[in-house]
Design a protein around this ligand. Sequence first.
Ligand SMILES: Cc1ncc(COP(=O)(O)O)c(C=O)c1O
Length: 395
Amino acid sequence: MIHTGRHFLQIPGPTNVPDRVLRAMARPVIDHRGPEFAALTREVLEGLRPVFGTIGPVAVYAASGSGASEAALVNTLSPGDRVLIFETGHFSQAWRHLAERLGLKVDYIPGNWRRGASEDDLEVRLTSDGGHMCKAVILVHNETSTGVTSRLSEIGPVLKRLGHPALLIVDAVSSLASMEYRHDEWAVDVTVCASQKGLMVPPGLSFNAVSEKALARSRTAKLPRNYWDWQDMFKQNQSGFFPYTPATSLLFGLREALQMLREEGLTEVFRRHRRHADATRAAVRAWELKIVCEDPREYSSSMTAVFMPEGHDADRLRKIILEQFDMSLGAGLSRLAGRVFRIGHLGGFNDLMLVGTLSGIEMGLRLAGVPHKDGGITAALNVLAPSHTALETPV
Ligand SMILES: Cc1ncc(COP(=O)(O)O)c(C=O)c1O
């Protein structure tokens, strides 16, 4: 089938890369040990801080998000250390596997893949850990497999209140630059992120925002590391360089994306994502399909995962939508495979892209013979354009 117009990339990342970012990368590669590159590094490292909500250092790796996850652990922990991980879905599972492979002992707090990490569970676990055996608490802020966002602003303070010395390590891969995030204020020690979601850059860069406490821990942490070592990285970064060849072209893209975020303003970026998420859920409810996230306080602003009616295959629906309308939707992951499809509404995105996305889904539901009610698009439009009074100045 020949497709015309633009592909709709509505998976929850990689996201659509804005033309401005693509153009910023379309330039000759420069000397990564020259003065132009040093200026670029400084600008990017400064520009990242407000996005993470930190005044501390941010390490930038030429790697996908999984690399930055590994960096967070090998810089702060020693073989045999105990860590606590909340089961939230596929990506919390990936953290568990990573930690176990690195020789850490994992206490995995069970979850039902429809709810986020609970501050009460954390409090119970840490209160019973009088010997401070737990060295790090690890959680996925926005669980990309389920569309559930843990309420980090309530979890971070638990460690502080109990005076527990464990580090708080947070995976913000699918929340950063789409949802409010405050590394310093929420007492996060390491925030892990990647370039390909809210930051609107192609895959290939990933990040560790690092607290002073985490940096101090890295001086005694014994897990073997070389490429990921923060000390080497931060030392070289001071003069604008990296300990090895950085992803120069992607950094030009990141500089442009950070400029775009500044122009829009983070408050507005978060409001836009919330509004698109509201409109998406309005459509899903009108279709009478079930949202995976159980608790409205944990709804994700960056993506929505939707259950298929019993006996209907999500992958068949996605295939039909891809073939007929040239749109990619996210697949159900691990135990949700075939049962769930995921709608990405994050990154460089606007009202009409959302309406196109939801229209593609509604048409797909019809063609695939999936039982649903009509009216999802109207429900979404009612959120996006409630009435003419929603405009401050009439047009
Ligand atoms: C929450 C979360 N953590 C970690 C990852 C892994 O990142 P990557 O695929 O860039 O290695 C992803 C990828 O989608 C993610 O969504």
